[in-house]
Design a protein around this ligand. Structure first.
Ligand SMILES: Nc1ncnc2c1ncn2[C@@H]1O[C@H](COP(=O)(O)OP(=O)(O)OP(=O)(O)O)[C@@H](O)[C@H]1O
Ligand SMILES: [Mg+2]
Length: 669
């Protein structure tokens, strides 16, 4: 098979140069991701074993699509190819090596943001700091930047250093790691264990990274340390699409890469295959306003296509109506399928009104970027049970379920257990196991029986899940045994439909586990509860599992990175949202990042782009009068069909606002 057919010369060159460092910095839709998939396919035909190839990308969804694409190209089963996110790759390393870190065992738990906040709170309490006065998010961010080499303790943050050490010690005690650890712990392990590092270098002789502009400093270190000796490292990205600096991404990694791999080959891709001429010209015109960028110009061989259309609905409800009406009409004319449509928003808070309208209009949709399925309380409860089965020392999860559903273990009993755990420096579960029979436990008889029952329950299901009865079956049986349904009914007496809805989620959860087990079996892999837990912990809000076709995609611009849709609606393109007022207030330098975000949004569209900018928008209890985004004036004239004043809803204010903006643009200020 020739995997270079259907590629342009530059792309071919990239696919064929498999040895040595390769840097591809190119604009949106120029085929960067396509180059990676074809390159992998080509390598496999060159006799490079699957197991030598490591491809890293940003979201689980992107990773899935990438391996799917390689599978289609090669028509091969790819059980030894590693295509994953950085975090999932970190987990893979830790599963094999975490025992090299003092105090850790290979059944470790991974703490998500919510667990992390809860743990910080607990540590603060132990240190006698009043947890309710602390900004957990801010502290969490400080911890994160310290861990990932972005920050050293200084005058402003020093007050949290002690809390940080307490936090780290607790993680170790619970045999748990947080998200940052998934990248930095592997780095430490590799750095401190030369023979382990050697074996990884030996194995992953070819490394590729997509969306390179959004790698963090820590991620960069990880990929660098792996490829330092082989030097077969290919990174692809677009500095104009760097949109995660708030999360520590650093597009200066492009400069670092040039410094660390000076012998690199650089390939430029300049033809855009995704979008029509108008859309591309709009994107090019916009991004040219950024000063801090690598100069590049994209061109397309396809025609100009349709104009970009801008509408100015009276408020967010009218906006949602406009979008659903358009979709309905185009669908009924047979011009689109639902899955061809992306509705992009700057912030999550915009999704509720849209969701409502889609429900009303009966248009199937999926939302990514909302509360993840796995964050729902009923699901988190069951996940906590699974986590305790696999790692009983995980105190945070134990505390979550010890009384869920209520089993009468009282506050005093819990206090007693926690004291014992602290005194003996052991986990709560160990403390319970010891106290339930001890004559000097200081606990009443009933309390001891309750604790004993709890331990028996956990041990029973631990045994069940580890003796190959299947995870789905175990969870099903557990849900019955702990009487979760009566518990739900009890919790939602006033609203039984909520209870039913939650129970339906549980059933769906069990169904999802069963499906996963089935796939693992088909692919000849063991379906272990550790692997399952690791996997679902890494599913972020940005890429939920639901890959159903036949649905309109409503998502944040961040979540849409790397994706494409024939038809894109960009909603809420108003002055305070695009650029996001708070981001720019925090740091004026964020203006360029906001512009990149808008560039990412525009370049998701293949054929048609609608932009809506509401004239007013409800924000909590207030109604804000809105002006169109100033970025709209940066789109060159002649590409946009402006529907200003066209409907009876338009006000003179909006007309004035836009013409004022245009005047400003024309005068070049
Ligand atoms: N040589 C080509 N011939 C035809 N279609 C192509 C070619 N190269 C890329 N494409 C198509 O163009 C679209 C964009 O490609 P791809 O997603 O790889 O771009 P990208 O550079 O990764 O974009 P982004 O910057 O948004 O991640 C895809 O639909 C892809 O299949
Ligand atoms: Mg891409």
């Amino acid at each position: 098979m020739d995997f270079t057919s259907g590629l342009n010369d530059r792309q071919k060159e990239a696919v064929l140069s498999i040895d040595g460092p390769l840097l591809i910095i190119a604009g949106a839709g120029s085929g960067k991701t396509r180059v990676i998939t074809h390159r992998i396919a080509h390598m496999l035909t060159q006799g490079i074993p699957q197991s030598s190839i490591l491809a890293l990308t940003f979201t689980n969804k992107a990773a899935r699509e990438m391996s799917e694409r390689v599978r289609e190209l090669t028509k091969k089963k790819l059980s030894n190819l590693t295509v994953s996110t950085f975090h999932a790759f970190g987990v893979q390393i830790l599963r094999k090596t975490i025992h090299l870190l003092p105090g850790y065992r290979d059944n470790f738990s991974i703490y998500d943001q919510a667990d992390k906040n809860a743990l910080i709170k607990e540590c603060a309490r132990e240190l006698g700091m009043a947890p309710d006065t602390l900004d957990l998010w801010e502290i969490g961010n400080i911890f994160s930047s310290v861990k990932t080499f972005r920050h050293k303790w200084d005058g402003d943050t020093k007050i949290y250093e002690k809390l940080f050490h307490e936090y780290q010690e607790h993680l170790q005690l619970y045999n748990a790691v947080d998200f940052d650890d998934l990248i930095v712990r592997p780095i430490h392990i590799l750095q401190e264990n030369p023979e382990v590092l050697e074996s990884y270098r030996e194995r992953f002789r070819y490394v590729m990274v997509d969306e390179f502009q959004d790698t963090s400093m820590a991620q960069y270190r990880l990929m660098k340390i792996l490829s330092e000796t082989n030097r077969n490292i290919c990174v692809v990205g677009d500095d104009d699409q760097s949109i995660y600096s708030w999360r520590g991404a650093n597009y200066e990694n492009i400069i670092n890469f040039e410094r660390d791999f000076p012998e690199l080959t650089e390939i430029k891709l300049e033809q855009n295959y995704r979008s029509t001429g108008n859309i591309l010209a709009a994107a090019n015109g916009l991004i040219a306003h950024n000063t801090n960028r690598k100069e590049k110009e994209l061109w397309t061989g396809t025609g100009y296509g349709n104009a970009i259309e801008i509408y100015y609905p009276e408020n967010e409800q009218r906006e949602a109506e406009f979008i659903t009406t358009m979709i309905r009409m185009l669908k009924s004319r047979g011009e689109i399928e639902y899955h061809d449509v992306g509705v992009l928003i700057r912030t999550n808070s915009l999704s509720a009104t849209l969701e409502d309208a889609f429900l009303n209009e009966n248009i199937p949709y999926r939302i990514s970027g909302g509360t993840s399925f796995f964050q729902r309380k009923e699901i988190k409860d069951l996940i906590s049970y699974l986590r305790i089965m696999s790692n009983p020392d995980d105190d945070m999860n134990l505390l979550r379920i010890i009384n869920t559903p209520r089993r009468g273990i009282g506050k005093r009993t819990l206090q007693r257990i926690q004291e014992t755990a602290q005194k003996k420096n052991c986990s709560i579960y160990s403390a319970i196991s010891a106290l339930r029979y001890a004559s000097d436990s200081g606990l009443g008889e009933k309390a001891q029986t309750d604790l004993s029952d709890f331990v028996s329950l956990i041990e029973y299901y631990r045994e069940m899940v580890f003796t190959g009865k299947g995870i789905a079956k175990t969870v099903q049986s557990l849900v019955d045994a702990v009487q979760y349904w009566p518990y739900l009914i009890g919790e939602h007496q006033k609203n039984e439909s909520t209870a039913r809805w939650k129970y339906a989620n549980i059933c769906r959860f069990i169904e999802m586990i069963a499906q996963w087990e089935e796939t693992q079996k088909e692919e000849g892999r063991k379906a272990s509860v550790y692997d399952y837990l690791n996997r679902i912990t890494l599913i972020t809000r940005d890429d939920d599992q639901d890959d159903d076709d036949g649905k309109v995609n409503i998502m944040t611009i961040h979540a849409a990175k790397g994706l494409e849709f024939s038809l894109v609606f960009l909603a809420g393109v108003e002055a305070h949202l695009v650029p996001h007022a708070r981001a720019v207030e925090e740091d004026p330098a964020n203006l360029e990042e906001e512009r990149r975000l808008f560039y990412v949004a525009i370049t998701r569209a293949r054929e048609k782009l609608y932009i809506t900018s509401c004239r007013s928008r409800r924000n909590m209890r207030d109604v804000l009068v809105c002006e169109p985004s100033p970025f709209l004036t940066e789109i060159p004239e002649g590409l946009i069909e402006d529907h200003i004043g066209e409907d009876e809803l338009s006000t003179e204010d909006a007309v004035e606002a836009l013409s004022a903006l245009r005047a400003k643009f024309a005068s070049g200020s």
